[in-house]
Design a protein. Structure first.
Length: 273
């Protein structure tokens, strides 16, 4: 693993440290932005952002709209790139990248003035899937205080797999055919279940905030409902904010968007500090 090559910049609010290397692969880089309050005595809690892009694209800059807001509540904004399907990575490799990034932050917490006893994770779409899976299934070196999912796949049994079969096969290293998928005797592969966050929920799972569109044709709304029900069953603190008129982009419900933004702020303040 290679460390950060550049010097720490002046501690000005929103001053970014871009392309900090947390591993040796070209995709293993992160952006860090510190609040103006962060110093040796006042370390900043971490909000880790994981971008979407169908596990095949996207970039850590996709979450930059959150940077200023995160810094203003005296938190450190960290957004990561990770290995993707075109890099021959599967969901386990992507989880390992998150784990490696978290370990890097812990090892360099003094350098970056980070309060690293716990962190919050926010993901969108494929990034939300990875965030939920990491929060529920991985023994992290740092406690996940809460997790937020925006249109995240949570249950591969409820995914629109028929139109994304090649993608799911690559993600899970399976070779399911269309004929098998259409068969009334089809049995979901163990890898599909292992990749489903809903299968890893327990009473120890962290508080979870879900935002999902009823008209989402890429990741059906039933994914969020199934996960919400499972969290309820295990007594995990959770909230599902429904976007009744929106698809995958959550772009057509102003009231739901405001509700989600307020709920996200509440979760961060309640569980991260």
């Amino acid at each position: 693993m290679t460390g950060c090559k550049e010097k720490l910049p002046p501690n000005e609010e929103g001053t970014p440290m871009q392309d900090v290397e947390y591993g040796t692969h070209p995709r293993q880089k992160m952006d860090i932005s510190l609040p103006s309050t962060a110093d040796d005595r006042h370390k900043a809690p971490v909000i880790l952002c994981i971008h979407g892009g169908s596990w095949s694209g996207g970039d850590k800059t996709d979450f930059e709209y959150l940077k200023t807001t995160v810094n203003k509540v005296n938190c450190a904004y960290v957004s990561i790139n990770y290995r993707l399907l075109p890099d021959n990575a599967n969901f386990l490799d992507m989880q390992e990248d998150i784990h490696t990034a978290v370990a890097f932050l812990k090892a360099h917490s003094d350098r970056y003035h980070l309060k690293i006893d716990k962190l919050a994770i926010i993901g969108s779409s494929a990034g939300a899937h990875l965030a939920l899976l990491y929060a529920y299934a991985v023994q992290s070196s740092i406690k996940v205080a809460c997790v937020a999912s925006q249109s995240g796949p949570a249950d591969f049994r409820e995914m629109n797999v028929s139109s994304n079969l090649a993608l799911v096969n690559r993600l899970c290293n399976t070779q399911v055919t269309s004929a098998q998928l259409a068969s009334p005797d089809f049995s979901f592969p163990d890898a599909w279940l292992s990749a489903s966050p809903v299968e890893h929920v327990s009473s120890a799972s962290p508080p979870t905030l879900l935002a999902h569109g009823v008209k989402d044709e890429l990741v059906p709304y039933s994914n969020a409902v199934n996960l919400n029900d499972k969290l309820e069953k295990f007594g995990v603190t959770h909230q599902l904010i429904t976007f009744p008129n929106s698809g995958h982009e959550l772009s057509k419900d102003a009231d739901a968007s405001k509700e989600y933004q307020q709920a996200l702020a509440d979760y961060l303040m309640l569980y991260l500090f």
